[in-house]
Design a protein around this ligand. Sequence first.
Ligand SMILES: CC(C)(COP(=O)(O)OP(=O)(O)OC[C@H]1O[C@@H](n2cnc3c(N)ncnc32)[C@H](O)[C@@H]1OP(=O)(O)O)[C@@H](O)C(=O)NCCC(=O)NCCS
Length: 384
Amino acid sequence: MSEKREAVIVAYGRSACCKARKGSLAGTNPIEYSAEVLQGVLGKVLALDPSLIEDVILGCAMPVNEMDYNAARMIARRAGLPNSVPGQTINRFCSSALQAVATAANAILAGQMDCVVAGGTECMTRCFRPCPEEYIDKKLQEMDEGLYISMGETAERVADRYGVTREAMDRMAYESHKKALAAQAAGKLDPSIVPIHNAEGMLLTKDEGIRADISMESLAGLRTCFRENGRVTAATSSQTTDASAFAVLMSADMAKVLGLKPVAKFISFAAAGCEAEVMGLGPIYAVPKALKKAGLTLDDMDVIELNEAFAAQALVCIDQLGMDPAKVNPYGGAMALGHPMGATGVVLLGKALDYLKDNDKKYALVTMCIGGGMGAAGVFERID
Ligand SMILES: CC(C)(COP(=O)(O)OP(=O)(O)OC[C@H]1O[C@@H](n2cnc3c(N)ncnc32)[C@H](O)[C@@H]1OP(=O)(O)O)[C@@H](O)C(=O)NCCC(=O)NCCS
């Protein structure tokens, strides 16, 4: 047995990212599709007896409607996990699934557990909505208005503050689609995708948001969606998406005993707060913390998955952190593939690990901004 405990990932996978309201999962209960994804991911590690799973940690940014009632437990049972397997649903908005992975890894590193399933689900078709007026705490709104404004308005404020142009945002959206299109055509997105059925019996294997017909002209012609005279359009925003994603984490010792080959090692995680009205800047605060804990630098990272919540904030984060744009989102980002908020952390982690494997590289950084004014970042090392 190794002296220092290590938390490793032995399997991961996700559903195809489906367009909210207009896409293939719009008529399917998220408990159902998440359970099928979970079964598919566990199917990659048949040596793991499901009764050995000590917790299912599920991220969900809007745990309402079908996602009420502790969705983690509901999904675990729907997937056929034994009654003995508990489940918890956690929420750190857009980083919820990455947080779930970090919480699972920390439990393993602390010696509290040996095997944990971590992931996330979002059903933006039915759960995504602004905060209803009657739920607003007026005093808090007075204190910090940014906590209640739309995410699109936070992007407009980032664009104002940093002078991000419409053209620069359109260019990023264009490139995101082009990269995603190339990755999809080359089959690079497939290893992460667990084929599942929707309620209509259709088998879903492809992400739905990528536009083959994108052009700078069509982007320039789009109207803005959050301010009349603003800069942010539907194309320069992450798409609303229905999806689910899971990873199986265990101690390196347990993987060895079960004869499972780990794919990656958890290295570090950090979350950090910032001004809510410019929440998109969150990675600027979280990334240095996570890298410092890892004892690594941005130069050491072979790939960076930085969630494209909006082009405005992603551009500023890349610039302010001094990231090499060539390392960021090589398989496209959320403007093309979508951003199923609570699931995104594991969607991005899977993309990063797939990229490392495809290119025989070592380190990945996964980071995102978070509504309410936060950022999260995680560092992972490929070891397969
Ligand atoms: C921006 C947003 C409101 C747009 O929603 P929507 O109106 O349903 O989006 P659509 O996909 O229908 O796009 C609107 C229009 O732009 C067009 N469009 C969108 N992306 C395009 C692209 N890349 N190229 C060309 N046209 C595009 C669509 O075809 C559509 O045109 P139509 O009205 O003629 O049909 C929604 O995606 C959103 O809220 N995103 C942000 C989600 C969020 O806040 N997440 C959390 C982040 S922290």
